[in-house]
Design a protein around this ligand. Sequence first.
Ligand SMILES: [Zn+2]
Length: 309
Amino acid sequence: MTIEKCFFAGFPLDPADQKRSDDGWLFKKITDPSSRFLIYVAGRPLMNVADGLMPVFKTTEEVSMITGGNWAKTDWVFIGLDGETAFFAVGLPRKPAVAAHEKFIDLRSVALQVSTQGFSDMPALLGRGKMLLEWQARRHFCSCCGHRTRADHGGYIRKCTNDACGREHFPRTDPVVIMLVTSGDKCLMGRGRDWPEGQYSALAGFMEPGETIEEATRREVWEESGIRVGAVRYLKSQPWPFPSSLMIGVQADALTSEITIDTNELQDAQWFDRTSLLNLLEGGGTENIVLPQKIAIARYLLEHWLQHG
Ligand SMILES: [Zn+2]
């Protein structure tokens, strides 16, 4: 039952940090016929929908026809190496002409269906490209002086072109605590205001500056549900490329039981008992409850608690 590894975890390539800082090496790779390119529009990767669902890897020649070969004016990042083969991700401002069996598809909606043929961790590869390209698209101008930036270090840095400023901007990752609060044989789950009917999940929220994971967990649970939390145990983390979060999965012990929800955040929160959840997971139960999807770390937290307590 347990999910061993979270979706979007397990990046399969060598990020080659030392090599990607070498512009000469990058130029050779970006023009090398053996290099491969993922294409994105608005964070959506180009997928082959003809037979299953596989990312489309374009060759240097194919991608140059799409971009006009103008790398200086195209958002691109070096993703990593598989042996000597370099992989890049290219972000386009609008959809190019593609074959009938190719489509730009939202990564969240297809993550569970993506074939892992050829790589053990295709979602992690697609997620990293999405995160870096979306960050690049938001950093074309320096947030310190307003001048244009240019990509550096294989697209992992945006450098201000104003010599008087010269600020380097780095990709951001936003930490989110996501917690399964438990009390004996019960666990706490809530549902957001616009969620599909019956959908429940672990409570979660962005960490605030200066907080520890434990403090953020206790604050979020108190704010959203009115439950006081004691011990907090870290379990697992998950990169979440929507747009660029790191989900920090914990289990937390409840000290109180009376729920008072924050109606700005939640529509409902309830204690769920172990037996009915196990029944639901095995396909039984008559309640109209939808558990977290398997691509979400909330599902792991739930299954881990059901298995191990
Ligand atoms: Zn600047």
